[in-house]
Design a binder for this molecule. Structure first.
Ligand code: GRF
Length: 202
């Protein structure tokens, strides 16, 4: 299977996928990353892709007259690599109709909270501020909402009294990286179908 990964930041989730595919081999894992895309330049996630010798592309919203044009351009850039599965690993933009028309149902996102709790761009901070005792991460298919698509897997992380946002986010990312690697591998090897809000991986 062919994976395109979208990033916006440090790319440690991308790195976890790269390392696992390197460790077990693309045949055994069931997939290889064919390209990495981002919504901005100069991020560590793109540097990681370049170090791995992967093609990269950047689609910046400000380079387009309208959001819809950015969305169509992003879809084109992804489609050029003929992915079977697209993975958002810390990609911080909401995709639109065009992108979902082409990749909906095979576009996976990872979110650093236990959806439906704490969706959006500050899930770690929101769980901490709320005084939750546990939080975690969610791997889900992207639908036309924000972090509302069918859930594939979740991992629980305790919140400690001494936690600040970055300490908690690092602990979440340890679980998140393992969960994403495991889920993407299963999807790649076994395929999947979505029945309403249920994801079935045979
Ligand atoms: C991840 O926790 C992701 O869920 C969130 O931002 C973080 C990205 O981390 N949206 P990285 O860029 O993969 O290191």
């Amino acid at each position: 299977r062919r994976l395109v990964v979208l990033v916006s930041g440090s790319g440690t989730n991308l790195q976890a996928l790269l390392d696992e595919i390197e460790r077990v081999g693309a045949e055994t894992y069931g997939a290889r990353i064919v390209a990495v895309g981002a919504d901005r330049d100069g991020i560590e996630g793109l540097a990681r892709a370049e170090r791995a010798g992967l093609p990269t592309f950047v689609c910046r919203v400000k380079d387009y007259a309208a959001r819809e044009e950015w969305d169509a351009a992003l879809a084109e850039a992804v489609a050029a690599h003929e992915p079977d599965l697209v993975v958002s690993a810390g990609f911080m933009k909401i995709v639109g109709k065009e992108f979902l028309a082409r990749f909906g149902g095979r576009f996976v996102n990872t979110h650093p909270a236990l959806l439906p709790s704490f969706p959006g761009a500050h899930g770690v901070r929101d769980a901490l501020a709320y005084g939750a005792k546990v939080t975690g991460c969610t791997v889900h298919f992207v639908d036309d909402g924000v972090d509302t698509g069918p859930i594939i897997a979740q991992g629980v992380v305790e919140i400690r009294d001494e936690d600040d946002e970055s300490a908690l986010h690092e602990r979440i990312k340890d679980v998140e990286r393992r969960l994403l690697v495991e889920v993407v591998g299963r999807l790649a090897r076994n395929g999947h179908r979505i029945e309403g809000r249920k994801v079935v991986i045979p």
